[in-house]
Every structure is written in C-alpha cells, then in structure tokens.
Design a protein around this ligand. Sequence first.
Ligand code: MTE
Length: 320
Amino acid sequence: MLIRKKRLGELPASEITDQQVYLDRRKFLNSSATIAVASLLPLSMANAKTELPEATYLDLKQSPYSIADELTSYQSVTTYNNFYEFGTDKASPAIMATKFPDKSKPWRVTIEGECDKPGEYDYDDLIRPFTLEERIYRFRCVEGWSMVIPWVGFPLADLIKRAQPNSRAKFVEFMTLYDPKQMPGQRRQVLNWPYTEGLRIDEAMNPLTLLSVGLYGSELLGQNGAPIRLVVPWKYGFKSIKSIVNIRFVEEMPNSAWMKAGPREYGFYSNVNPNVDHPRWSQSKERRLGEFLKRKTEIFNGYEEQVADLYTGMDLTKNF
Ligand code: MTE
C-alpha cells in the first residue's frame, strides 16, 4: 500500500534543475535551428495541480527490483515533466496534455520488423496477456535531476517473447505517436518528430526494462506518456520514450531523436554514469526532487549489479 508523501510545492524548472544546465539545454535547442515550443505558452504559467487519484490497478504484484527510497510526490512526478510534444519547459506538459490521449480514438500499437509474430493491437488487447506489477525505480534525467517513481507495468521482455524476434533482430526501435493536432509541440521542428528511441535487444530483454502503463497505482496521465511508455532505470530519462505506437525489431542500431538533434551530446547507450560528463555539464551529482542538497550519482543509476555485464569489454567513455 502506498502512502502519499509530502508535497513539493510549485517549483519552477529553473529552481530544481541547475540554473546553468537548464539555460544550456535551452541554448542548445535554439542553436540547433529550433524554435522553442515554450513560446506557445506564457512563461509565467504556474504548474498545474494534480491530485492523487483512487488506485485503479489493484492487487499489483510487488517486485523484488523495487527500491526502498522515499517516493517523489505525485504532484512532482505529474507536474515536473519533459515531454517536448507538449512544450519544452517542465510545466507545459501537465497543462497542455490534460486531454491526451483523445479517448474517442483507439490507441493502436504496431509490432513489426524482424520477428515471427508481428501485429497491430488495440491498447487493451496489447496489455491483456501481461501481469502488471509495481516497480519503484530511481529515475535520473540527463539534466541532473532525479526522482523515485512507483511505476505500474510489465517487463518489456514478456512482450518481446510473444513477438518472437528472429536472429536478425539486434535492436528494438520505439516510436511515439505523431499527431500535431493532439500534440502542439509537434507543430514546430523542436526535435525530429516523431520522437524515437532504441535499445540493444539484450538491454530490451533485461528484466529491469519496463513497459509502463501507470504510476502511483493509477493510469498514466498524458504528461507522463499515456497510455504506454518505456522505463529504462539505468539510463538517462530521455531513453524512456513516452506514448508509444510502434515497436520495431531491426538489424542496425537505430538513430534516436536526441542522437539526431545532438550527436556529440546524446549517445545511443546513455547509461547513467557519474564519470562521463555531458559535454556542457558534470554528471557526478544530481538533485533529487524534494531534497535540498545534491547527492552523488551512482553508476548505472544504482543498478550496476543487474546491468553491468551487458557492457563487459565496452569503453563506456566512447559508448556514451
Ligand atoms: N518521450 C517523448 N515522446 N518525448 C519527450 O520529450 N522526454 C524524455 C522522456 N521521454 C520525452 C520522452 C525525457 S528528456 C525525460 S527526462 C523523461 O521522458 C521524463 O519523463 P517524466 O516527465 O515522466 O518524468
């Protein structure tokens, strides 16, 4: 049973993310010939208020992978977001995604590529076969902030086993919905839409890799990537792609949206690593939302025991 934790209040992004990191990322977006979607919104707009709803997922299986750290408040998890399809500042997604996804339209997910059992599923049919569980994970953004989130979901490995990838399937590519009518941020070329991400097949099969359909015992809100998103807790948060409509097994390493936007800054692996700095800021520490002092960032975000062997023999400074 989850207990609601202390609320964080309404901190603007610039107070939580290091001012410099925040400004640097802004500068990067502008300098790569992009126009910030933030301009769609008055910057003074306050964070939306969110109330912890009644749990809709009952009797969830508890996971041995859950950590015991104090949870980040529901208010922070649902109002301090990165979801550029709804704006580039932290507050916009909670304000702009209240009606997302449009419930009158079916949510379809396509599974395709190098596999023996491809298919196109309605969301309910897609998740029906799987046992949902709760996983309390650390979540570390490349910008230097972190949270502890009680996700609801199932291992991506379960879905992959059903799709039966063939021997050519070396990577898995994920794609977010492209629908500028629902996602106003996609009307501007902030990133190369639709947002895409990828994992090596063994990373995708790792038991920690989760397809999430909820958090805090309830369905995901639009701003958190409803109705289904990826959660890869040992990698920087941008690998955890939201609102997925396409999962494709491929032979070649896919180029993600962030790799296209800044190839020298955002690599394919993007494992949390305090020893490999972002070209413009240190990754050695992080600010956990709700805490005043910074804490040390752990290698693989504290999941070294579960994932380090995926990278045996690899130079993690080159494969960033
Ligand atoms: N997925 C899509 N489609 N679009 C995005 O802008 N942002 C990423 C990731 N997934 C993003 C996305 C980044 S940078 C982070 S840190 C996390 O989502 C944030 O997830 P949260 O808002 O649920 O904390």
